[in-house]
Design a protein around this ligand. Structure first.
Ligand SMILES: [Zn+2]
Length: 206
């Protein structure tokens, strides 16, 4: 990728997705070029932001979107919350991204080995109690576990639950009136993704 390519922000969802894939590929190859921020770049960005993607990811310290996608300042509009769950503040932030930032692409990104999903599995299948506010968070994940095989190997169950949680969040967002309206106009695209802690690879879901 040349500097010139970097200077042209993606205009469509497909271009944005291609940019993310390319950035993640550089990251996985160990060839990330996350830029040292220059004063001119900061001065330019202080005038406004024009991110090309909105990412709802997990707070986990091992999944920083800018590094995973080898992206610079001003490129990604990021929401991070344990278990990448929805909630009133999250929905408001997503709506802001849609209405005011007009990012063409939205990504819900979960990750393998997610502690929040693991806790939701323990709560749902083993009845393990959690502190009150954590329990409220887990309630956002637990419905995604309904169709899973609780007798599966723990690692397989967790992996399936992580994906089910992402897919459920994507479905919930697609069902909102705002999403229906925007999708109808072909204004944006919403995709799920799973980050692999071991390989660093992001797998985009169909
Ligand atoms: Zn997590």
């Amino acid at each position: 990728m040349t500097t010139d390519d970097k200077d042209l922000p993606p205009q469509t969802a497909d271009e944005a997705l291609a940019r993310l894939r390319a950035g993640n590929a550089r990251f996985v190859r160990g060839e990330a070029c996350f830029p040292t921020v220059q004063k001119e770049v900061l001065a330019d960005l202080s005038k406004g932001q024009q991110p090309y993607v909105t990412i709802l990811g997990c707070s986990d310290s091992r999944v920083p979107p800018e590094l995973v996608f080898d992206a610079g300042f001003g490129e990604l509009f990021v929401i991070r919350v344990a278990g990448n769950v929805l909630g009133p503040s999250i929905m408001g932030t997503l709506q802001y991204a849609a209405l005011h930032l007009h990012t063409p692409l939205f990504v819900v990104m979960g990750h393998e080995g997610c502690g929040a999903v693991k806790a939701a599995i323990a709560s749902r299948f083993d009845g393990s109690p959690q502190a009150g506010r954590i329990e409220i968070l887990l309630e956002q994940i637990i419905p995604a576990l309904d169709d899973l095989d609780s007798q599966a190997e723990p690692a397989d169950l967790l992996s399936a639950a992580v994906e089910a949680n992402v897919r459920r969040t994507v479905r919930e967002l697609l069902a909102t009136p705002e999403a229906q309206a925007h999708m109808g106009e072909g204004k944006f695209r919403l995709v799920g993704a799973i980050y692999d802690l071991e390989t660093g690879l992001v797998r985009f879901l169909d």
